[in-house]
Design a protein around this ligand. Structure first.
Ligand SMILES: N[C@@H](CCC(=O)N[C@@H](CS)C(=O)NCC(=O)O)C(=O)O
Length: 194
């Protein structure tokens, strides 16, 4: 049985929950209280962070790597294109996510000077990508969309993001929300913000 060391509010964990749900992989969850982390978590991930995936004593941290492991272990339904260039674009979008998006999201959450403007520029960058193509790595939904998605409902809830200013992003989110694993995460994000 696969175990996910998880926290509801963690968007990196949400990535892994979505991929597991898309693949219909059974797993058990161990919920970690991030404000009072158990010391044994450091044995599973020296960084002390979630998510961590464990199976038969093998522990893997880092959501981007966990998503790819699940994709390789459970190829159906595919969440990476069979086309090498699209696979590379998906990996590029995931690789660049922290620098291109989340660092300014977290800076805005901390209320740093100028961060709201920098985060708005990041949203404009996402919008520009989604004007060009329906999904982040091309023509089909996949790992790149899953990797970026969890921060959007949190930005709406905690930073007052108004998607009216970003119609292609809203349209992308509306299409994602038709998928049950994404709809479940939207419900969870709404409950956490309530
Ligand atoms: N790069 C990591 C980031 C994971 C991460 O930052 N998780 C947060 C929760 S959202 C965490 O465990 N924070 C505790 C800490 O930073 O000490 C990943 O992609 O899995």
């Amino acid at each position: 049985m696969i175990t996910l060391y998880d926290a509801d509010r963690c968007p990196y964990c949400a990535r892994v929950r979505i991929v597991l749900a898309e693949k219909r992989v059974p797993y058990e969850t161990v919920v970690i209280d991030l404000s009072d982390r158990p010391s044994w978590l450091y044995e599973k991930n020296p960084a002390g962070r979630v998510p961590v995936l464990e199976e038969d004593g093998f522990c893997l941290p880092e959501s981007a790597v966990i998503m790819e492991l699940i994709e390789e272990r459970f190829p159906d339904p595919p969440l990476l294109s069979l086309e090498p260039a699209e696979r590379a674009l998906a990996r590029l979008a995931i690789w660049r996510f922290d620098g291109d998006f989340s660092s300014d999201y977290y800076a805005a959450r901390r209320g740093e000077d100028g961060a709201d403007e920098r985060f708005a520029a990041r949203l404009a960058g996402l919008e520009a990508q989604l004007v060009e193509r329906p999904y982040l790595s091309g023509g089909a939904y996949g790992l790149a969309d899953i990797a970026w998605f969890p921060w959007l409902p949190r930005a709406e809830a905690y930073l007052g993001l108004d998607l009216d200013a970003y119609p292609a992003t809203r349209d992308w989110l509306d299409r994602l929300a038709e998928r049950p694993p994404i709809a479940a995460e939207l419900e969870l994000a709404a409950a956490l913000a309530a």
